[in-house]
Design a protein around this ligand. Structure first.
Ligand SMILES: [Fe+2]
Length: 278
């Protein structure tokens, strides 16, 4: 397919909807070409990380986020501290890490939620109902928000979203306080699943391959790399309503529009799961 054509763009957006991510091949490894491809999807969101497109690379002092270091990052969702987390996040490797490392890791949060529901219903109920606090503070920004890890569609009962970032959690002030030890008990189970290779997809991104994923469903992380490696990722955030609107209009142009065109399908069957840590 060619994402520059309406049919190709429709296919790419349907893959994003159905699988939670899509890789576009043949995108020139420049900020300009990456932005052009991104704007085919929709408007770029301006945030505290920059106006539209941003570069993820090692910064002196680590910048205002762990992304700007070379340390390994456990899988997480971005923007848990915002009222409206990014619907889409994207990565285009403009320059790799010649010495190795920097492998991207994706985990389908809906598959993890489905496994948690079958393996540990108490933990599932906790993470689907208790709002966890998140925050981000730097010299120019201070934002905070509370949200449950697992979102369930109230109308259908289907798993709908996933939001978790252990590194961005704020001090726990749960009510009643008895929920705090419950949290740590259930966190052990959740972390065991999120770190399980059974749920991981590892991608060694290369210049030319542009990864776009649903940040409200798919968690992302990376292996560590040397800080002097020169690794550079270009990317952006796009709002969920904006890329859904583009999917509807492209589907309409293709004669494939239905009122439910942007509804997420049920979560895929859970991958084989390892024993849960007790
Ligand atoms: Fe991130």
């Amino acid at each position: 397919m060619d994402a520059r054509d309406p049919a190709g763009l429709h296919t790419a957006l349907c893959m994003l909807r159905d699988y939670g991510f899509v890789c576009l091949e043949g995108v020139p490894a420049t900020m300009e070409a990456t932005e052009q491809a991104s704007r085919r999807v929709s408007f770029l969101r301006e945030t505290l990380y920059g106006p539209g497109m941003w570069r993820t690379e090692v910064r002196a002092g680590g910048g205002n986020d762990t992304a700007y270091t070379g340390i390994p990052l456990p899988v997480h969702n971005d923007g848990c501290y915002w009222a409206d987390p990014p619907g889409i996040q994207s990565f285009h490797c403009l320059q790799g890490a010649p010495a190795g490392g920097g492998t991207s890791i994706l985990v389908d949060g809906l598959a993890v939620a489905a496994a948690l529901r079958s393996q540990d219903p108490d933990a599932f109920d906790f993470f689907a109902s208790v709002e966890l606090p998140y925050h981000h503070t730097d010299p120019d920004a201070e934002v905070s928000q509370r949200r449950p890890v697992i979102g369930v569609d109230r109308a259908t009962g289907e798993l709908a979203s996933f939001a978790f970032n252990n590194d961005d959690r704020a001090p726990l002030r749960l009510s009643p306080p008895s929920r705090v030890p419950q949290f740590y008990k259930h966190l052990r189970t959740l972390t065991s699943l999120l770190r399980s290779p059974a749920f991981e997809l590892r991608l060694s991104l290369q210049p030319g391959t542009y990864l776009i994923f649903d940040n409200t469903r798919v968690l992302h992380g990376r292996t560590g790399f040397k800080t002097d490696s020169g690794r550079v990722l270009a990317g952006c955030y796009i709002g969920k309503e904006d890329w859904h609107a583009r999917l509807r209009t492209v589907a309409r142009a293709m004669g494939k529009y239905t009122p439910s065109v942007t509804l997420q399908p049920p979560a895929p069957p859970a991958a084989p799961t390892p024993p849960v840590a007790q």
